[in-house]
Design a protein around this ligand. Structure first.
Ligand code: HEC
Ligand code: HEC
Ligand code: HEC
Ligand code: HEC
Length: 464
């Protein structure tokens, strides 16, 4: 494996020299992926290229709000309550973020819309644009303003030095974060570097308001749920004020890197690459790394069997872990939905901040831990014990919030609290005032007038 690779690296450095000779003839406006580089990649690395292309076959995804409608109440007041799907193949990254109701429609000239930071984990055009505009110059732009600049989905140059097989971390926020966590990219072995290239995107982040909404990874105190919560609490940070309970809410985003980094697998040197991009071979027996980044269990023989010989036992462990985590998550959701409405009833009856603050902080901290577990896709496989601990604490905190609210409601002589019907996505969205029909119509008009006419074809992949 090592010798195959070093030969390829040599071949590549020759190739990159050739490319720099051709570079003069490229159009000045070429995006991150110019046609010459793309052809060269395809010819030089047909196996990696073909398997990378095959992520376009991973069309399946799950409507998470339909599966777990309680989440709509917990995310009320944010765009997450409008639409939220599980992830699918990398080839859909640009089209899905373009089409989701979360990113909405274009705003009027001169108005501040959603930040261009939403493009950060979708395309190699982002490091290019950051190079041209600066970190804050990029994030200060509106998402829709940069739509025409985004010409490629997750590509070779998102993980490799341009024209080379050497791994790279082109996103400044990821370079910063790995340094904060004392694992600077340049000092890591190839195994950890592989995990870090995934960790550019599969990681928790927030948009830093005082820095033009640039992507920031909140790891100053460390990167578990307690450390990140401390970071946010000491900054009095919140993403939005919950419209029902008035809780200042924290939102977690896919901390797959963090959860994996504390797992038994990480200690054994088993990384994202081992499980999601296993070594494989073509019909001539040449070994290469599969670039069809996809579900790990599809690769059981290459990725797991060597260490977990008993497939049935492994599936049983996974099933049990998944079931336990799901059951605990549903319990937290049930408790938090009630807590949000009990807080609303308390406010309506005249509660004040000094009285209700303790309960609202418990809602904030419980929902944070629930989200830190739920936003981490594949937690039951990546780190089931951390998942169980997070949700057990979330349950305790939500129960504490409700006990505190029950005392307040008693004091204010509130006899009854009305809870919403959250049996379906439709009923839960209705309860928080979301009209899916209106949002969908506005989105359709935007797609027809703007995206279909002016944006690159990658923004329509899977929607035509
Ligand atoms: C999402 C990140 C990612 C993307 C996108 C990506 N690669 Fe890779 N690539 C890796 C990782 C990780 C390795 C494995 C490094 C290791 O552990 O040896 C790798 C290995 C390679 C190697 C070394 C030989 C081998 O198969 O292990 C080549 C060549 C290569 N990639 C080419 C490409 C090309 C060409 C593209 C674009 C079509 C591409 N890569 C896209 C992450 C990526
Ligand atoms: C540039 C950002 C970026 C990088 C780098 C990246 N991903 Fe992703 N990944 C995404 C996005 C965005 C999606 C969701 C795409 C969608 O649903 O439209 C995704 C989806 C996935 C999925 C779901 C696939 C499916 O079919 O269900 C897996 C698994 C995954 N990534 C693993 C990895 C691994 C492993 C690496 C490192 C080798 C990696 N990703 C690197 C952005 C990235
Ligand atoms: C021990 C193997 C293993 C390791 C290591 C691992 N994963 Fe996974 N991952 C899985 C399994 C198993 C699942 C559950 C679904 C599946 O992929 O079969 C999963 C699920 C996911 C999903 C959700 C896929 C979906 O469509 O819902 C993403 C994204 C993901 N992993 C990314 C990563 C990243 C990024 C890393 C490294 C930081 C990583 N994984 C490390 C095995 C692993
Ligand atoms: C290099 C060896 C190795 C590989 C490859 C490997 N694992 Fe593991 N796995 C371990 C070790 C060691 C443990 C910890 C001891 C144990 O529970 O068996 C473990 C534990 C687990 C656990 C229990 C986790 C927990 O914390 O309770 C699951 C689930 C699991 N592995 C799934 C997978 C899957 C799925 C794959 C393939 C996609 C995989 N592993 C690949 C070595 C490996």
């Amino acid at each position: 494996m090592i010798s195959i690779q070093s030969n390829k690296v040599k071949a590549l450095s020759v190739l990159s020299l050739c490319l720099s000779v051709f570079a003069v003839s490229l159009p000045a406006s070429a995006g991150a992926v110019d046609a010459k580089l793309d052809n060269a990649m395809q010819e030089q690395f047909p196996n990696q290229y073909k398997s990378w292309l095959a992520t376009s076959e991973q069309t399946e995804r799950q409507d998470m709000l339909a599966s777990y409608p309680a989440a709509i109440i917990l995310w009320a007041g944010s765009s997450f309550a409008k639409e939220y799907h599980s992830p699918r193949g990398h080839h859909f990254a640009v089209a899905d973020v373009t089409h989701t109701l979360r990113t909405g429609v274009a705003v009027a000239e001169g108005e501040k819309g959603l930040s261009a930071s939403c493009w950060t984990c979708k395309s190699p055009d982002v490091p290019r644009l950051i190079g041209e505009l600066g970190v804050e110059g990029f994030s200060a732009k509106n998402f829709t303003d940069l739509g025409t600049e985004i010409q490629s989905v997750v590509y070779c140059t998102d993980c490799h030095v341009k024209g080379s097989a050497k791994l790279a971390l082109p996103r400044p926020h990821a370079q910063d974060a790995m340094t904060k966590a004392h694992i600077p990219f340049d000092k890591q072995d190839i195994n950890m570097q592989g995990a870090q290239v995934c960790g550019q995107c599969h990681v928790s982040y927030y948009f830093q308001p005082e820095r033009s909404n640039k992507v920031n990874i909140p790891w100053i105190f460390g990167n578990n749920a307690d450390d990140i919560e401390k970071y946010y609490d000491t900054r009095r940070f919140y993403e939005w004020i919950h419209p029902i309970s008035k809780t200042p809410i924290l939102k977690a985003r896919h901390p797959e890197f963090e959860h994996w980094s504390r797992s038994e697998h990480a200690k054994q040197g088993v990384t994202c690459i081992t499980c999601h991009m296993p070594a494989t071979s073509d019909d001539k027996g040449n070994q290469f790394t599969s670039h069809k980044v996809s579900k790990a269990l599809e690769h059981y023989p290459q990725a797991c069997q060597g260490c977990h010989g008993d497939k049935a036992a492994l599936m049983q462990t996974l099933e049990t872990g998944k079931h336990e985590i799901e059951a605990k998550a549903r319990e937290v959701e049930g408790l938090l939905v009630k807590a949000h409405y009990e807080a609303q009833a308390a406010w309506d009856a005249g509660a004040t901040w000094p009285i209700i603050n303790d309960a609202l902080m418990a809602i904030r901290h419980s929902q944070w831990r629930w989200d830190f577990a739920m936003a981490s896709h594949g937690l039951y496989a990546h780190n089931p014990s951390e998942g169980r601990e997070l949700l057990d604490t979330a349950i305790e905190q939500a129960k504490y919030a409700r006990t505190s609210l029950a005392e307040i409601l008693k004091m204010l002589e509130v006899k009854e609290v009305n809870y919403p019907d959250i049996s379906t996505k439709e009923s839960a969205q209705k309860a928080v005032g979301i009209s899916l029909d209106t949002l969908t119509e506005q989105k359709k008009a935007f797609l027809k007038e703007e995206v279909d006419k002016h944006w690159s074809e990658v923004s329509r992949h899977g929607y035509e």
